[in-house]
Design a protein around this ligand. Sequence first.
Ligand SMILES: [Zn+2]
Length: 338
Amino acid sequence: MTNVVCTWVLSPEHRFRDHPERPERLRGLARWRETTSLPLTWLPVTPATEEDILRVHHPAMWERLQGECASGPRVIDYAPTYVTPASCQAAREAAGAVLTALRAVLDGQARRAFAIVRPPGHHATRTQSMGFCLLNNVAIAARYALAQGLTRVAIVDFDAHHGNGTEAIFAHDEQVGFLSLHQWGIYPGTGDLEDHPQARGRIVNVPLPALTGDQGYARLLDAVVLPWLDAWKPELILVSAGFDAHWQDPLTQLGLSAEGFAHLARGLVDAAEEHHTGILFVLEGGYHPPAVAASIKAVLHVLADAELPEEAREHPSPYPEPDIEDLIRRVRSLHSLP
Ligand SMILES: [Zn+2]
């Protein structure tokens, strides 16, 4: 088996009434992570510093967010995104946990890592917290890696929602490639196939029809994700790993199963080996707690090179999948994928 570095930030005090982005999302992992026989090394977390945060976010945004948290609990947008007096510290710890795991990868302590954190990050832009996201954790990690001297970072975002914040932050940053697989027509409404003509081959959006599931994602892995990584030649692979593309998720209509997520993770981990890079998974969304637990466990088994547990093979989507071959052809042609 292979050692995997992990970090964990549950943020129990970052919660708001019956909001779906709640600590209970990670119910089913809290005790398991203490008792599993997988070779997982759980590192103590250092919160992100102001310097880390300001590599991505505008100082005025960070200042405003602190003011909103201090006057919370309150809702700050229509998503709805909420803050409480504990939320700024929670966001600093979540971003810090991603950086803690990243440093372990960059230092060579491990090649593979998973930061299991909340609040999530990929909707937050340089100037705006949104979509349940306060600070953009994966973007903060990418900028940190660049500050350490890396010059080519890949971010693969398989959360069901488009990673609009990450995309906007790196829209004009030639050192960061971004590929998003997301359901078309849901929040936040961005991520069209044709967006960002200035960055063909670097910013790749794959807007998917509802019910795309294990078969469709396996095809996308082979025909889009892996060829894109081959062409982009990253020195580090970051994964915005949301588990709301699971068919049981209450907020979306995609069709992945825990085994489907594991297959996707296997492809990404193999690509990291092939490109001799580290790979860091960062938790984004996922709102059906049993599906989140089963999917994260399955991915951790992949990272550790362990055989999948029986529960990962349970509960595949019962719905038929749409044909996405035409979409795949268009994506491959638009971005000249090999
Ligand atoms: Zn999401």
